[in-house]
Design a protein around this ligand. Structure first.
Ligand SMILES: [Zn+2]
Length: 261
């Protein structure tokens, strides 16, 4: 069936040229993309062009946003959906970039109907049906391959919210086993909470023990940035994320191409 959205996307791809040097620089600055082969990078580039066309990346508090910054944000935002598609980010429009950490003020009511005020400093935030907000300082300081990636973290929350408020489980693909996901994630989460309570130093960010939804977002950061650590610590979580993201960063394309079977 003819689709306006698809027609528009094909037209955008035909009309938009990304500067080759700028693209190379941005990819080099994205360690989480290093597992991708040439064919993957070509598809990522198309996805980034469409992301930049369909989403607004907006500056807040006077941050000086240039094209290099927009490109770096778009690449990291598109990496998790490389094999899922841009429609996984439907229903919202803007990425808002603050120069540094920001302090939104939210009031919320807990189960006992007590009103709380959340005015913590934040490196990022995702709103259900609303924008993704990130601190550029935190994007810059997490540019190593260390398991910290505020953009992947916030966009993982966006995927989690596709079926309502974030709860640590995005809607799964046909063929994936919801009970298996719940079992694997709840055991790993309990283990992470136990280790954090015991004060153990972990390579995986202990912020994962904050809640099941933070666990999913932090494990997603680790999956793309330090997959070998996730494979070692929680191989079953890695396997579920491999099935969900349809990527295998623990086995880079260059290694996979050497496998003949
Ligand atoms: Zn979070």
């Amino acid at each position: 069936m003819w689709s306006y959205r698809e027609w528009r996307r094909r037209r955008t791809l035909k009309r938009t040229q990304l500067d080759g040097g700028q693209w190379q620089r941005a990819v080099m600055n994205t360690p989480a993309a290093r597992h991708l082969g040439q064919e993957d990078l070509t598809r990522l580039r198309e996805l980034v062009v469409l992301f930049l066309d369909e989403k607004a990346i907006e500056a807040a508090e006077g941050v000086d946003l240039d094209d290099d910054m927009r490109l770096r944000i778009a690449i990291q935002a598109c990496l998790p959906i490389l094999n899922l598609g841009l429609d996984y980010y439907s229903g919202w429009h803007a990425v808002i970039v603050y120069p540094g950490q920001f302090r939104p003020r939210h009031e919320y009511v807990d189960e006992a109907e007590v009103v709380h005020v959340d005015d913590d400093w934040k490196a990022g935030e995702s709103w259900e049906h609303g924008p993704v907000i990130i601190s550029w300082d935190d994007v810059k300081s997490a540019s190593g391959q260390d398991g910290f990636n505020v953009i992947i973290h916030e966009f993982a929350h966006k995927l989690d919210m596709l079926d309502g408020a974030a709860n640590g489980a995005p809607p799964l693909h046909a063929g994936m086993d919801r009970a298996r996901w719940a079992n694997v994630f709840s055991r790993a989460y309990d283990n992470m909470c136990h280790r954090a309570d015991a004060g153990e130093e972990t390579e995986l960010d202990p912020y994962a023990s904050e809640s099941p939804e933070e666990f999913f977002a932090v494990m997603s950061e680790a999956f793309f940035e330090i997959p070998h650590v996730l494979l070692r610590e929680y191989p079953e979580v890695y396997e579920q994320l491999r099935l969900y993201y349809r990527q295998d960063p623990g086995r880079p394309a260059t290694e996979r191409e050497n496998v003949t079977s």
